[in-house]
Design a protein around this ligand. Structure first.
Ligand code: ADP
Ligand code: MG
Length: 550
């Protein structure tokens, strides 16, 4: 009677399901692929990637999170690695490649244990124990840093930008970066304890194509890459009263395209007069509120420009939304949508607003803001691509400086921290028994991927370097790291290769969390997602889309 038994479907048609080892291996494979993509960019000698998006725009970068974000990765397990990079970026602002490479290595070493028939749950448990211990060890290694340690702070900035486009101007840029971060730093006392508060948003990076990187400068206040819209407007306004408006100063168009037939020339005149009156009313409203500067997120009608100029008001149009928010914070202005609602209370203040010509390009400097903390780093450079990459390196450095100051602890880089961590973890694993010990050892081995990759990317022999590093660490040279330029073992601390502790703790935590999560998946059930799912073989267990071939 067996042939009468009907198959039972509990899942919708076209659902793809991979289970057990297959699911696990597929996920691990995808995650390793992601980490392989970014690993060649790690460190000062890392290579760059050129990414061309669907619009044909080109990005050249070696910033881990930027690469992964631009690649539009689709495989779900691969996406989890992209998430690590994003978290790292949010929490610390740097170390995105490190975090992804670590996760890839943790999974690779877990795979070796799976091959020895060790159950994923055991590996997961061992990894969790190891991650906790690792953070403990790292905390112990961290050295204190204060906001007055300018030399150390400068070294952190230099470490972040070494090997990036910004490198040849690292002296001047690191000075700017430290000054910028120091000037927006605030101290708060909560329950008798002093905290350092720094808001990344108080530091604006503005780009200016043309000129050389060395000419980049720090401006106290906010710089907008907008010029005044009318030549007869004043170029300078002291004691500025600023209106921030996020709607167009134009006569509103009707929602639907309407045709108005005017047969009589007088009616035409009346129509134009009406438009003029409306614009005039808007400008009057601005004048009545007491504003002498208008910064508008949208367009400003030609006629309105003329009226504003006649009233001696300085105006810019099409100011970026993010800048409007910064301006609001810095000047205390409320962003107003309807000009009819504008009152004196909505206006912000700044000691000086002026138009400055930088390489023929008019820029608006908003200085001596009510909230004096806002600063702008005006980055100059030869081309759009170069400046964009410098900006990314500067953002990494700002993230590093902020997390070093907030957390108050730093370590040395160049792989020294990871090798020491690896050594201490291995020592600790001896106190454990059985299979967990193997997992903790695998975790310890995984840490070596950082110095190994730094060496590989510099064209050095990774095995030789690892042996030399390990023997130095066995001799208690805690900060022995790899000099990617000379290929020798150096004291990374003495060489001034300094990074915030948070880079390391965050990378270890999120890499291990994701590795554990991926290891624990033994079943992948993918619903039919239109063409992607029904394409056959392109389901969840398959190769991620958009990945280069290996
Ligand atoms: P991430 O995205 O992880 O920040 P980077 O490409 O910025 O990747 O590389 C960071 C790594 O490079 C860190 O491990 C850091 O210690 C190392 N590093 C930075 N400067 C040097 C240097 N001068 N010599 C050797 N290693 C360095
Ligand atoms: Mg970095």
């Amino acid at each position: 009677m067996a042939k009468d038994i009907q198959p039972i479907f509990i899942l919708p048609e076209h659902t793809q399901r991979t289970t057990g080892k297959n699911a696990q291996r597929n996920n691990i494979m995808a995650a390793k692929l992601v980490s392989d993509i970014v690993r060649t960019t790690l460190g000062p000698k890392g290579m760059d990637k050129m990414i061309v998006d669907s619009m044909g725009d080109v990005i050249i970068t070696n910033d881990g999170v930027t690469i992964l974000r631009e690649m539009s990765i689709e495989h779900p397990a691969a996406k989890m690695l992209v998430e690590i990079a994003k978290t790292q970026e949010q929490e610390v602002g740097d170390g995105t490649t490190t975090a992804v490479v670590l996760a890839g290595e943790l999974l690779k070493n877990a795979e070796a244990l799976l091959d020895q028939n060790i159950h994923p749950t055991v590996i997961a448990k061992g990894y969790r124990i190891a991650a906790e211990k690792a953070n403990h060890i790292l905390e112990g290694m961290g050295k204190p840093i204060k906001e007055s340690d300018h030399e150390l702070l400068k070294k952190i900035a230099i470490t972040a930008i070494t090997g990036k486009e910004a490198e040849h101007a690292k002296e001047s840029l690191s000075n700017l970066l430290v000054k910028a971060v120091s000037s927006v730093l605030e101290k708060k006392t909560v329950n008798g304890k002093e905290y350092i508060v720094i808001d990344k948003n108080d530091i604006k990076i503005e780009k200016n194509v043309g000129g050389s990187v060395e000419d980049s400068e720090l401006i106290e206040g906010i710089v907008l890459d907008k010029e005044k819209i009318h030549p007869s407007m004043p170029s300078q306004i002291a004691n500025a009263k600023i209106a921030l408006i996020d709607s167009a100063i134009e006569v509103k168009n009707t929602e639907i395209d309407a045709k108005i037939q005017i047969t009589d020339p007088e009616k035409m005149q009346a129509f134009l007069q009406m438009e003029e009156n409306m614009l005039r009313a808007m400008v009057t409203k601005i004048v009545e509120a007491g504003a002498n500067v208008v910064l508008c997120q949208k367009g400003i009608d030609d006629l309105a420009q003329h009226f504003l100029a006649k009233k001696g008001i300085y105006a810019c149009r099409r100011v970026k939304k993010s800048d409007m928010e910064k301006l609001s914070r810095a000047t205390g202005a409320t962003i107003v949508t309807d000009i009819d609602d504008l009152t004196a209370k909505d206006l912000g203040t700044a000691g000086m607003i002026e138009e400055v010509k930088v390489k023929d390009e008019g820029m608006t400097y908003v200085k001596k803001c009510r909230n004096a903390k806002a600063v702008t780093i005006l980055v100059k450079g030869g081309t759009e691509h170069v400046i964009a990459e410098i900006e990314r390196a500067m953002e990494d450095a700002i993230g590093d400086l902020i997390s070093a100051l907030k957390n108050g602890k730093i370590v040395a880089g160049a792989g020294s921290c990871e090798i020491e961590l690896s050594r201490q973890l291995r020592e600790y694993s001896n106190s454990l028994s059985g299979r967990e010990q193997l997992a903790v050892k695998a975790f310890a081995d995984s840490m070596e991927v950082i110095p190994k990759t730094l060496a590989e990317n510099a064209g050095l022999d990774p095995i030789d370097i690892l042996v030399a590093l390990k023997s130095a660490h066995d001799k208690k040279q805690v900060w022995a790291g790899v000099d990617v330029f000379s290929g020798k073992v150096i004291d990374a601390w003495d060489e001034g290769i300094i990074e915030p502790l948070r880079i390391k703790t965050q990378a270890v935590s999120s890499a291990s969390e994701v590795a554990v999560m991926i290891l624990r998946i033994d079943d992948v059930i993918a619903g039919n997602q239109g063409s992607a799912g029904s394409g056959g073989g392109q389901g969840m267990g398959g190769m991620p889309q958009g990945m280069p071939e290996y």
